[in-house]
Design a protein around this ligand. Sequence first.
Ligand SMILES: Nc1ncnc2c1ncn2[C@@H]1O[C@H](COP(=O)(O)OP(=O)(O)OP(=O)(O)O)[C@@H](O)[C@H]1O
Length: 317
Amino acid sequence: MNTGTHIEHNTPAVELINLHKSFTPLTGKGGKVRAVDGVDLTIDSGEIVALLGPNGAGKTTALDMILGFTSPTSGTCLVYGGSPRHAVQHGRVSAVLQTGALLDDLTVRETLAMIATQHSHHMPIDQALDRAGATSFADRKVSKCSGGEQQRLRFALALLPEPDLLILDEPTAGMDVNARRDFWAAMHAEAERGRTIVFATHYLEEADQFADRIVVMGAGRILADGTTEEIRALGGLRTVSVRWNSDDGDAATALAEIPGAESVRGEGERTVFTGPDTDAIAHHLLTHTKSSDLLIVQVPLEEAFVGLTHQAQQSAA
Ligand SMILES: Nc1ncnc2c1ncn2[C@@H]1O[C@H](COP(=O)(O)OP(=O)(O)OP(=O)(O)O)[C@@H](O)[C@H]1O
């Protein structure tokens, strides 16, 4: 861990306040693209946060601002209470990016040695190789490394300055299942050492398994922010499924009479009600209708996520 002179116990790792970033489309046609559109987000030291969202949600743009690669159009972006550039220069934050350029003709170890010269303080190269799971191919030329191996090299490079905050933009893209598992195991070890980790992903499974907290982004905004359980629980994401009895008339007509219910749909032989209060729906169906075989079903996180991002795209349109 970077032991420099920057020990602030209560300063958040990242603080974004009403952050905006707009781009003029390359075609020059149409209005500006609001890639990040009013984001407020505080990430405390030691948190592991997933930024989850579909393509174009604004995840990379937000991370680029935290890394000082690009400046906000308006709003504030603080890293450890100062500018992102200051934090990067002092080795407090580093990144594993998908596209970080590597020199083909160097070996993995030579690449680390070269970059190490640019840091005033860095961990021993063998240690960085070991922690990133790159020791076995340390003497291989970068050009001969697989995509997953190159990602591990990028991870070793990011660890070199012993950053307090690690930013990962879709770090496991292109890795197979085993490589992905190994990568997250190594990352877990870094989190246990107390590093703050912020990663962008399209994969719910990764967010669910690895993060303490999930921030769902869509159309440049934060749509939800909480633990996986909280994300699932948002917006009535449980359903009540029954065998509807036609003696009770049409289920769509009955909907208005059912407390806590907002929508109804048919699913094969079953009828599924959704709404903020599934207990009230279930109680009503059991006591006021001839419905049978009642089930309360937890909506999978996948569906919760699709529902949230779909709502955002519609309201942004
Ligand atoms: N340099 C740029 N010039 C113009 N538009 C841009 C630029 N960078 C990003 N955008 C646009 O901003 C929006 C957000 O893009 P961003 O890359 O931040 O999303 P993302 O959530 O990271 O997506 P992905 O998961 O595909 O990486 C998109 O509509 C994108 O086309």
